[in-house]
Design a protein around this ligand. Structure first.
Ligand code: GLU
Length: 421
C-alpha cells in the first residue's frame, strides 16, 4: 500500500491539516492521532467441507470521549488493520460532526463473502462476536453494517451477544431487521442523508437538481438507494452507475427500475445490454453535475482529481478522495462534500435505532426521516458557516477541513473536560 492509498496515513494527514489550521492543543492532537484500543482476533470457523478455517478479524476502538464506540463491520478479502483504523477514526469525526453521543470504532474480517455459504456466513458472524464479545455492549461499543454486511448478519450478531450475556440487549448492534429491534428508515438512511446534503448543497450553489445529471459509482446499499432517491426526490437524471465489475452510461438517463431488476437477478453490470459501457475509472471523469462515489476508498487521487468535471462531489463512500486530491479539487472549484458529513445518515439512523432499543419505544418512518433531515442539514450548515468564518479571517479552507475543525473541537473539548489531557 503506497502512502497515498494507506487510509490510516490519510486519516492522520487530514487530522494534521485541520489541527494546524485551528491551532489544536498539541496534547489533544497527540491523543487523536492514534486509536485507544485495537482488538486482533483469529476466529475458528467450521466450513461446510468439515475443515476448520481460521479467519483474521479486527475491531478498532478509536475514541470514546463523547460516548460508546460506534461503527460498522466489513467483510472483505483485502481487509487490513490500517483500513480499519482509518475507518474507526472517520467514525469518530462522523459522530462528532452529527453531534450524536458516540465515539468511533470499526471492525473487519478478512475473507471473501462471495465465497461462503449462508451457514458459513452465520458461523463467521457468530464467531466474530464470541471473539470480541467482552469488549462490546450497548454502553461500550456498538457494531453495525458496512461493506458486505447485512441486516441478517446484524441479527445473528445481536443474537450471539444476547446469548453470551444472558439477557435482552438489542442495543448492542444496529442495522438489525425490524422484527428484532431494527428501526424504520435505517436501511436507506445512509443514502437519504446524502440526498438531504445534496439538496442543501444545490440550494447553496444555486444548482437546479431537476436538470442535474448524476453519476454514481457503486451499487451497494448506498449506491442503490442514491439511484432511486435522485429520481424520486429531485427528478434528476442518473446517467451512469457501476458495480465492482464495471458500469453503464446513457447521456439520456438510465431506466432505474430496469437496472434494479437486472441487479436483483444477481447479474453484474459489465454484462448489462443497455447504454454505453463505462469502467469504474472513466465513470468518475464523465461530464456530469453531481458525482457520487458510493463504493470504496481511494477512488479520486492526485492522478485523476484534475479530470473531475462534476460541480458537486458527494462522497457517499468512506474515504473515496485522498488528501493529495483535495487541493486539486478545491482549486478547480469542485464543491467536494466530505464523507463523514455526506454518509453520516447511516450512523444517525443507527443512533435512532439505539435510542429506541434503550427505551423499548419505537418511532414511525416519518419521525425517523424528519429527525435525520434536521440533524444532517444542520451539519451541512455548520460546515459552511465554519468555512465562511475562516474565509472572513483570511483563511481559505475546503469543506472537509471545516467539518474536521467542528468535529475535532467537540472531541477535544470532551477529552479536556474528562481530564484526558
Ligand atoms: N457503516 C456505516 C458508516 O460507516 C454505519 C455505521 C454505524 O451505523 O455505526 O457510517
Amino acid at each position: 500500500m503506497s502512502d497515498e492509498t494507506n487510509p490510516f496515513k490519510n486519516a492522520q494527514k487530514q487530522l494534521d491539516t485541520a489541527a494546524e489550521v485551528m491551532g489544536l492543543d498539541r496534547n489533544a492532537h497527540a491523543i487523536l492521532r492514534e486509536p485507544e484500543r485495537e482488538i486482533h482476533v483469529h476466529i475458528p470457523v467450521r466450513m461446510d467441507s468439515g475443515q476448520t478455517k481460521v479467519l483474521e478479524g479486527f475491531r478498532v476502538q478509536y475514541n470514546d470521549a463523547r460516548g460508546p464506540f460506534k461503527g460498522g463491520i466489513r467483510f472483505h478479502p483485502k481487509e487490513n488493520i490500517d483500513t480499519v483504523r482509518a475507518l474507526a477514526a472517520w467514525m469518530t469525526w462522523k459522530c462528532s460532526l452529527a453531534n450524536i453521543p458516540f465515539g468511533g470504532g470499526k471492525g473487519g474480517i478478512v475473507f471473501d463473502p462471495k465465497s461462503v455459504s449462508e451457514r458459513e456466513m452465520e458461523a463467521i458472524s457468530r464467531g466474530y462476536i464470541r471473539a470480541i464479545g467482552k469488549f462490546i455492549g450497548p454502553e461500550v461499543d456498538i457494531p453495525a453494517p458496512d461493506v458486505y454486511t447485512t441486516p441478517q448478519i446484524m441479527a445473528w450478531m445481536a443474537d450471539e451477544y444476547q446469548k453470551l450475556v444472558g439477557h435482552n440487549a438489542p442495543g448492542v448492534v444496529t442495522g438489525k431487521p425490524l422484527e428484532v429491534g431494527g428501526s424504520e428508515g435505517r436501511f436507506d438512511s445512509t443514502a437519504l442523508g446524502g440526498m438531504y446534503v445534496l439538496r442543501e448543497a444545490a440550494k447553496y450553489k444555486k444548482i437546479d437538481l431537476k436538470k442535474a445529471r448524476i453519476a454514481i459509482q457503486g451499487f451497494g446499499n448506498a449506491g442503490r438507494y442514491a439511484l432511486e432517491l435522485s429520481k424520486s426526490m429531485f427528478g434528476s437524471k442518473v446517467v451512469a452507475i457501476s458495480d465492482s465489475s464495471g458500469g453503464v452510461y446513457d447521456p439520456n438517463g438510465l431506466d432505474i427500475e430496469k437496472l434494479e431488476r437486472y441487479k436483483d437477478s444477481g447479474k453484474e453490470l459489465k454484462n448489462y445490454a443497455v447504454g454505453e459501457k463505462v469502467g469504474n475509472e472513466k465513470l468518475l471523469e464523465l461530464d456530469v453535475d453531481v458525482l457520487i462515489p458510493a463504493a470504496i476508498e481511494n477512488q479520486i487521487t492526485k492522478d485523476n482529481a484534475g479530470k473531475i468535471k462534476a460541480k458537486i462531489l458527494l462522497e457517499l463512500a468512506n474515504g473515496p478522495v485522498t488528501p493529495e486530491a483535495d487541493p486539486i479539487l478545491f482549486e478547480n472549484g469542485v464543491f467536494d462534500l466530505p464523507d463523514f458529513l455526506v454518509n453520516s445518515g447511516g450512523v444517525i439512523g443507527s443512533y435512532f435505532e439505539w435510542v429506541q432499543n434503550l427505551y423499548n419505544y419505537y418511532w414511525t418512518r416519518e419521525e425517523v426521516y424528519g429527525k435525520l433531515d434536521k440533524i444532517i442539514s444542520k451539519s451541512f450548515k455548520d460546515t459552511i458557516d465554519t468555512q465562511n468564518a475562516y474565509k472572513a479571517k483570511g483563511k481559505s479552507i475546503d469543506p472537509r477541513t471545516a467539518a474536521y475543525i467542528i468535529a475535532i473541537d467537540r472531541v477535544s473539548k470532551a477529552m479536556k473536560l474528562r481530564g484526558w489531557y
